[in-house]
Design a protein around this ligand. Sequence first.
Ligand SMILES: [Zn+2]
Length: 370
Amino acid sequence: MAYTVPKLTDYSPASLEKAAAECIAACQTESREVRSDADLKSFRDRWMARKNGILTQINGLWLKGAPKEAKREAGMRVNQLKARITEIVEAAHVGDGTAALTSESADISLPGIRRPIGAEHPVIKTQNEIVAVFQRLGYSVAEGPVVETDYYNFEALNFPPNHPARDTQDTLFIAGQESKPQRERLLLRTHTSPVQIRTMEKMRPPIRIVIPGKVHRNDPPDASHSPMFHQIEGLAVDTDITFGDLKGTLDHAMKALFGSSVKTHFRPSFFPFTEPSAELYVTCFICGGSGKRGDGPCRPCKQTGWIEVLGCGMVDPNVFEFVKDNGYDPKRVSGFAFGMGVDRLALLKYGVDDIQLFFQGDVRFLEQFG
Ligand SMILES: [Zn+2]
């Protein structure tokens, strides 16, 4: 006789246990009677259908009917039961009718439950590749908090008090801190640069570090902006670091990342924490620097043949002043720093045209990179 969900009157643990065991046994028996794809479908529907499937009925009859003091216990039991039934239904398959196993034994010839194997997210994969290039050059990895103080995010990096980056238009501040002095106020870091200061406070020169991590800005999401994105920064400090070292290091790193044929090109720029500052361009690795793709224009480089990949420069002596007591006397040491957006590089590398796709968690999109 086909199983029907009984109404419960006794909600004692022993009675719940018995009702659950009967239900599981019935489900196992039915799962072994599946002989065709049509059987399998109706078996699944009978147990799992949202509308009036057996699990739905159990919810209605056992949970909603439970007296107040037994609700908690009944809820736990029903959840365990649902998990078990779901397992049995998912493992069910079309059988050949020869199975003669009791409900107590396991059929070791049944296929296991296949668990999908995950893969690195394309952004994290790109991040790891960049970090690995610098690790091979002797850099170590440093990390720091995502919720930062104004001091580390701005002040110690030579951002003047009225710099536009401090504006609420760009920075996400933690609410309710008006009573604190400005330098102690918390915010979501807008770049990974605070870790440069934090590391220099802890380690005396010479240092060579790369800093990968999440950063936040108050940018409304669109195809090329996201309120959360990823950066990698680098910092090298020693007694005799020159702009030549900066160029040589980054030229090597770009060739390691994008292929030995790319050329690099530095253009003057401005950042509060470096002086002089530059933007680094590499020959477009999509069109090879020609600006054309077949007969059409190359869009990623806007037909210029060059792609901007990062900002860099020599560490401003004012920044060293903040960590002077730990051996960073700007008269004795010099250094360079650079920073790049990982998500943008991942977009270019994988030919993706919308950054939002990286963060929506759609497995159909992500599994293409697995
Ligand atoms: Zn191009």
